[in-house]
Design a protein around this ligand. Structure first.
Ligand code: HEC
Ligand code: HEC
Length: 469
């Protein structure tokens, strides 16, 4: 499904234990190793001196990277991330008033059937915009784990199975989902106009009159709500849909600005480009560097976790086990069908895009058995900060995740793309140590001072919960 980055494993493996070679690299960060012959090293006391220099070099965080490895390292660094992409289906995506309205909607618990659930309940800024639970909890319990939202403006598909094709269309899902905000579409549109009429008008123009719409009317609600929805005329349904879609567009304007700052890994890669690169604060430990080597080499992790986001944003079956007690989950196979049928997709009437701007949807791959139980790889940035892992929180720790890749069990359905890695315990530790270097701070549009005085407790019930519950 995705192109594999090719690189030479043999090169680095043959050099890994050469302390002499490490010295070469210390002086010339990009030099090819092996330029110093082993015979010279073993000559007398010189060996010991070089060994000591080698140890110093390792401690300063230098490694024997080949040119092709360096190319991969640079491709993974945050500096390779292109500027924020355009969002053609959302013409309000870069409107500052929409950003502010979206931010307020994101934190507003009134937008739920019990008055307790906001987007931020499951996407808590204090927890990398996720919730630390294995299955998310809103009005009810969700069937999947909440995803971190960072950098998702770059993602052509949203959700684990990519059943939405824009951030604004995605935001509409949880509002109507019975386990999440549990609002009927009509109620949601009415609440938005009730609480945010001036702000809404500033961004989207005069709002429609929804007074004729019953309190509880929507295409996805209970029987009564669905009956009320089909009882509305086209104009009323369109008016509700328009307000609903605009709320999604405002939320997306906020959400697309949630981005990463540099991690220790990024600082390390940056320092490799500097000639006098012995800056200890930018170095990685020997163990972390060994883990990085495994990540781009023997572990094959970079085949799917690639680019500056550490994900190819495509879909893969990696044989993750089924979690008992949940409805059957077909992954991307179902997600692809659903995004094509979605009335809020790029080609729908509420999209601002022209036909030719909906490239992803026009060229979607959907009739392919390889999509069965295929999921979007999450970014690995900040991954150590947010256990548990996988689409239904199947693994409690990074140790368990790496153990899964190491064994590569058969997929519960469909065909797993991964193969056993035969990593030793020490290598698993190294890989884990490397993943921890990917943590950094996250930036999002700041709250206006005193903006949420009436809702100070948005996160309280979630902060104190133990991770993995
Ligand atoms: C009850 C908890 C809960 C609430 C409330 C909630 N979400 Fe989510 N969110 C989830 C879960 C679970 C997923 C993954 C669902 C899936 O793939 O089926 C998710 C996925 C997402 C994604 C996809 C990220 C990606 O990488 O594809 C985005 C974006 C998102 N939510 C934004 C929002 C917004 C905006 C709101 C408020 C309108 C919201 N969420 C409300 C639990 C929640
Ligand atoms: C064939 C593609 C592929 C390869 C190779 C791969 N991954 Fe993944 N990774 C995924 C997918 C897909 C998921 C999400 C799977 C799911 O939830 O069912 C994932 C999830 C993860 C997660 C959990 C992230 C989270 O937030 O839940 C971690 C950690 C991870 N991978 C690390 C690695 C490491 C380390 C390697 C190398 C040993 C690796 N991956 C190799 C595709 C891949």
């Amino acid at each position: 499904m995705s192109a594999t980055i090719k690189f030479s494993l043999a090169d680095s493996a043959s050099r890994r234990d050469g302390t002499c070679a490490t010295k070469t690299i210390r002086n010339e960060p990009f030099a090819r190793q092996g330029e110093i012959g082993l015979s010279k090293c073993v000559a007398g006391g010189l060996f010991l001196i070089l060994l000591l220099i080698g140890v110093t070099a390792q401690a300063a965080g230098h490694a024997d990277w080949t040119e092709s490895e360096l190319t991969i390292l640079r491709s993974l660094a945050l500096s390779s991330l292109p500027p924020l992409p355009a969002a053609p289906s959302n013409r309000f995506a870069d409107n500052p008033a929409a950003v502010e309205l979206g931010r307020r909607l994101f934190f507003d618990r009134r937008l739920s059937s019990n008055g307790e659930v906001a987007c931020a309940s499951c996407h808590d800024p204090e927890r990398d915009f996720q919730d630390g639970r294995s299955l998310a909890k809103g009005v009810g319990q969700a069937n999947r784990r909440a995803m971190p939202l960072v950098g998702m403006a770059y993602s052509p598909w949203l959700f684990w199975d990519g059943r939405k094709d824009s951030q604004w269309a995605q935001a509409l899902g949880p509002l109507e989902n019975a386990n999440e905000h549990n609002l009927s579409r009509g109620r949601c549109a009415k609440l938005i106009l009730e609480h945010y009429k001036p702000e809404y008008s500033t961004v989207f123009g005069a709002p429609p009159d929804l007074s004729g719409v019953p309190e509880n009317a929507g295409p996805l609600g209970d029987k009564r709500a669905r009956r009320a929805w089909s009882g509305l005329d086209d104009t009323a349904r369109d008016a509700v849909n328009r307000v609903f879609a605009n709320a999604g567009k405002a939320i997306a304007a906020y959400e697309r600005r949630i981005v990463w700052d540099e991690s220790r890994f990024d600082a390390y890669v940056r320092s490799l480009g500097e000639q006098a690169s012995a800056r200890p604060e930018n170095s990685l430990s020997t163990e972390e560097i060994a883990g990085l080597k495994l990540f781009i080499g023997k572990g094959h992790c970079v085949e799917c976790h690639r680019g500056p986001m550490f994900t190819d944003l495509d879909f893969h079956n990696t044989g993750v086990p089924v979690r008992a007690g949940l409805p059957k989950d077909l992954g991307r196979l179902a997600g692809a069908e659903r995004v094509v049928a979605d009335e809020f997709n790029c080609l729908g009437r509420y999209s601002d895009a022209r036909l030719e701007q909906c490239r992803e949807l026009n060229f979607i791959n959907k009739d392919n058995r390889r999509l069965l139980r295929a999921y979007k790889p999450p970014s690995l940035r900040n991954v150590a900060e947010r256990p548990p892992y996988m689409h239904a929180g199947q693994f409690a720790s990074l140790q368990a995740v790496i153990g899964h890749y190491n064994r590569a069990p058969a997929a519960p359905a469909g065909h797993s793309e991964i193969k056993p890695l035969h990593l030793k315990a020490a290598e698993i530790r190294q890989l884990k140590a490397f993943l921890k270097t990917l943590s950094g701070t996250i930036r999002s549009p700041a709250a206006a001072p005193s903006a949420f005085q009436s809702y100070p407790n948005v996160f309280d019930s979630h902060h104190k919960e133990p991770v993995g519950q």
